[in-house]
Design a protein around this ligand. Structure first.
Ligand code: NAD
Length: 301
């Protein structure tokens, strides 16, 4: 039997619809329009694409989008003063500073200048600490997207063995913490882990956030495991006529994994589309909290 394909594109569409419903409710019942400010410094082409996409989806959900595009040479002091203005602007409920920042800026200082309640990326040290102590926090978008997909598929995650491969601050660590908060038994594997196939073979849930194309093989998996592939890797493949084209693949070898797994996210079309959907969901959460309203449970933790 082949694994159930967990369609992130479809699911992200459902999350965005839920967000749009909440926006309509906030507007009609409270007279509030949620607002998301995105700050881009410099001309990094990938960042420009992300920011455009974020702005478009924010507007489609009925929210206000405030884009601030700053020159590559902008000083850190000027960026911090913009963040200060956004922190104090009541129409702005979420602030996202697109990473990476130019080299002359201190990324940590910039992130920690964002008001924690508006930190929709969940990278502020106060939100990291709050998540790790099971307090109300803003949760990083990609791990939140993975969790929403896991909850949608499994319902209750309590007691399941979960292995997160990767220990980055933006994916691996918050993912492991979210799963721990769901009462999973969590193992974090990384580049120094000995016998990765053995570690993965005990997992009911595998979350791969490594950045190595098709590294995780199907025969490493426990039969029926749920596999969430966060990896986005661009590889070159040869066409029959000898020409070369680019293809996106995950960290998991999908072809062998779908024969063993119970469910698996594809790449592309799995976790990827969930990240912006969760950014919009986090903006709703931040907006509700700022106005003393209980945020919708299904859009957060
Ligand atoms: P990172 O480079 O910061 O971290 C990679 C982690 O993988 C490290 O903790 C490292 O210890 C671990 N690792 C490296 N080699 C390993 C090996 N051989 N065995 C086991 N572990 C190993 O990467 P990141 O920012 O966490 O991103 C991981 C992947 O997820 C990348 O492909 C990235 O493009 C993708 N990503 C996708 C989204 C999205 O879908 N929206 C968002 C963020 C990251």
């Amino acid at each position: 039997m082949t694994a159930t394909r967990l369609d992130g594109k479809l699911f992200a569409g459902r999350v965005r619809e839920r967000v749009a419903d909440e926006v309509t409710k906030l507007k009609s019942e409270q007279g509030i329009t949620p607002g998301l400010a995105v700050v881009l410094v410099g001309e990094d082409p990938a960042s420009q694409v992300y920011v455009r996409s974020k702005g478009k989806q924010t507007i489609e959900a009925g929210m206000n989008s405030y884009e601030h595009k700053l020159d590559e040479q902008t000083s850190e002091a000027d960026l911090l003063s913009l963040i200060d203005r956004l922190n104090n602007d009541a129409a702005v409920h979420g602030i996202l500073v697109q990473l990476p920042l130019p080299k002359h800026m201190n990324e940590t200082a910039v992130i920690n200048a964002i008001a924690p309640a508006k930190d929709v990326d969940g990278f502020h040290i106060s939100n990291v600490g709050r998540l790790n102590t099971s307090q109300k926090s803003m949760v990083p978008c990609t791990p939140l997207g993975c969790l929403l997909m896991l909850r949608d598929h499994h319902g209750d995650l309590s007691g399941l063995n979960a292995v997160v491969i990767g220990r980055s601050n933006i994916v691996g660590k918050p993912m492991a913490q979210l799963l721990l908060n769901e009462s999973c038994t969590v193992t974090i594997a990384h580049s120094r882990t000995k016998d990765l196939p053995d570690v993965i073979g005990r997992a009911d849930i595998v979350v791969a956030a490594v950045g190595r194309p098709e590294m995780i093989q199907g025969d490493w998996l426990k039969k029926g495991a749920t596999v969430i592939d966060v990896g986005i890797n661009r590889i070159e493949v040869q066409n029959a006529d000898g020409t070369v084209k680019n293809r996106l693949v995950g960290d998991v070898d999908y072809a062998s994994a779908e024969k063993i797994a119970g469910a698996i996210t594809p790449v592309p079309g799995g976790v990827g589309p969930m990240t912006i959907a969760c950014l919009l969901a986090n903006t709703i959460t931040a907006c509700c909290r700022a106005n003393g309203i209980e945020p919708p449970k299904d859009l957060g933790v």
